[in-house]
Structure formats: C-alpha cells, structure tokens
Write a protein that binds this ligand. Sequence first.
Ligand SMILES: Nc1nc2c(ncn2[C@@H]2O[C@H](COP(=O)(O)OP(=O)(O)OP(=O)(O)O)[C@@H](O)[C@H]2O)c(=O)[nH]1
Length: 354
Amino acid sequence: MSIEASGFLPINLLTGFLGSGKTTLLKRILVDPTFADTAVLINEFGEIGLDHDLVGSVDGEMVLLRSGCVCCTVRGELAAALKELYSRRERGLLPPFRRVIIESTGLADPFPVLSTIKADPVLRHHFCAGNVITTIDAVNGLRQLDTYIESNRQAAVADRLIVTKTDLEAGCEGAALQTRLRTLNPDAPILMAADPDLDLSSLVAVQSSVSPSSSLSQSGFYCEEPAELVSSDGAPHQAAISSISLSIDRPVDWTAFGLWLTMLLNRHGERILRVKGILNLSGEERPVAVHGVQHLVHTPVHMDGWPSEDHTSRLVFILDGLDGALLKRSFEAFTPARMPQIRSAASYPIAAAQ
Ligand SMILES: Nc1nc2c(ncn2[C@@H]2O[C@H](COP(=O)(O)OP(=O)(O)OP(=O)(O)O)[C@@H](O)[C@H]2O)c(=O)[nH]1
C-alpha cells in the first residue's frame, strides 16, 4: 500500500552539522511547487531562533522549536508540536499538508529525535517515517567528522547524504570525504547539492510501499545505533559547546563589521563552529544575512525584506571552548567611532537575495 493510501503522513528529518547547508536545502525544497503541501518544524541551538526568518516566507506551516536542541532538551516539545500540527490539520485550521520536514539543529543526534517519534503512541498512529537527509559540508566536513560524534551519527543514520559547497574553491575534499562517508554509511546515495540535476523528490520521497501496521516501526529511521558511535558518557553534547546571542539596536557599519568578523574567524575559527545573523546595516533598507562556519565566511546576502517589525540586528555564535563573554566584549569594542581607520578599508561585496 502506498503511503498516500495508508493515510500516514511521512516525517522527513533534515540533519547535518552546523552550517552544512540544511536551511539552504530546505529553502530549495520549499520553493518547489511539488512540496507546497509540506509542514516544517525547525529546531535551533541558541537562544535567538533565526532559521525561520532565513527560510523566509514559504507556503505551508512552519513551527520553530527554539527552547533548546531537539535531541536532548525539547523532545517533548517536538512530540507536542507534531500532535498540534496534526490536530489543526484535522480540524481544517491548516491546509491538509501531506508530509512533514523537521530541520534539526546542527548538533542534534538524530537517534533520540527518531526514537521520540517512534515511542509516542499517538504519533505512531498518524505519522510514518520518511527519509533522514543529511547535509555534509565539503569545506569543513572531514574536520567535523574527525572531531564531533554528532557529525558521525548524522552521516551514519542518513538515507540520503548531500554534499554541499563543492562549488566553492575550498570545497574540494571530494574523494577523501566520500570514502569517509562510505565507511560510515555504505548504503545511502551520496548526492551533490551543486548538481543542477539533483532530483529533490528523491530526497523527500519515502519507501514505495508501507503497511499500515508498520507505520513508524519499519524504515531507515530506526536502524540500530552503530556501537562505535555511541558516546561513552551519554552526554547530549560536548560540554565545551555553548552559544551566545548578540543584539544590536543601532545600524551597523558594514565595513567595520566585515573586518571584525573576518579577523575573528581567522583567529578563532577552529573554535567558532557557526555564526549566523541578520544585520541592519547603515544606509541599507533591506536586512543582510551573514553566515560563517569555522574559518569560512560566506558571501553575505541581501534578504528580500525584514521578516517582522523588529529591525534589530541579531547574531548567534556556536562556540567550542571559546569564552562567549570575551567574544561579546570584542564585539562591543567594535564601533565605527572607535575604529575610524576601518572606514577606508576595502569593502566586502554583498550578494542579492537568491
Ligand atoms: N557556495 C555554497 N554555499 C552554501 C551551500 N550550501 C549552503 N551554503 C551557505 O552556507 C551557509 C550556511 O548555510 P545554512 O543553510 O544556513 O546552513 P545550516 O546547516 O542550516 O546551518 P545551521 O542551522 O546553523 O546548522 C550559508 O551562507 C549558505 O548560503 C552550497 O552548496 N554552496
């Protein structure tokens, strides 16, 4: 029986390490009319949730789980959000979406997320397993796999592995990365995000047949946890990982900011796993999205407009062993008034929204 006929709604989990391109891939999926009837749950690490703003306005229902990482602190919230989505759909308060995509945090261990869904009797009754789609950054992926157990788990559990950033000059770890991924996960197709022929429906597609009784119990979602990937202490995340959020309520000077960020990532990129933000720049109507992953600063992008009335600049940093208070002080020390010489520095290009 097909999933459509079974009545179960497939849940796809979009995972991948910090900054590896989950939200970018999600946006690409959601603008495709084929996926208009998709409900989306976004989970973020860090007290200011930004991804729903960065995804922008899309059809479908979007829920932000912002109080912590879904694999360790908001499992109950995830189950409640899925039940609420289903209930609103049943009552006609939402369009009859036909699939769910959960975007996890970049630090999420997929196993607890998946077992949360499996263990809940109500969820088992309405939902079935879709695919686990894991993004891997071609620039930072090998180092992340070497260093972080979460990255290994995300790759090991995937039904689809999507290598991102192969279009960047630095993103040429091809053969070594593929070999590592094959060792961790011999079965999942390895696809390239930059491939113009990438078939998005093969990512969120589900198994061609499912019996009603199998629902959430028979699929790649629930593969056995590989023993060598089980962390010894069972700690949800490495203790040194922390997040810090910064808000700035005055317009930001782009040149000074760009220089500060570049210098910061050059100096401390090993310990800055991720930075992302929305900036209100002096002299700019539209906000600009900034992204950095370790030493890599991505080209900033003009967004279409402010997602809400709030025009405050917001930045989130995920740090590994770096003191957030120091970072905050460094940021506060940066002002155009205190750094007049920076005004004449080379300007950093900003791309238009894609
Ligand atoms: N050149 C290039 N840039 C990419 C690609 N995929 C993602 N990016 C960029 O990488 C940065 C991070 O991408 P996101 O999609 O926000 O990554 P994420 O995995 O959702 O990040 P977190 O939610 O913080 O873990 C952004 O600047 C993207 O534009 C890619 O395939 N090529």
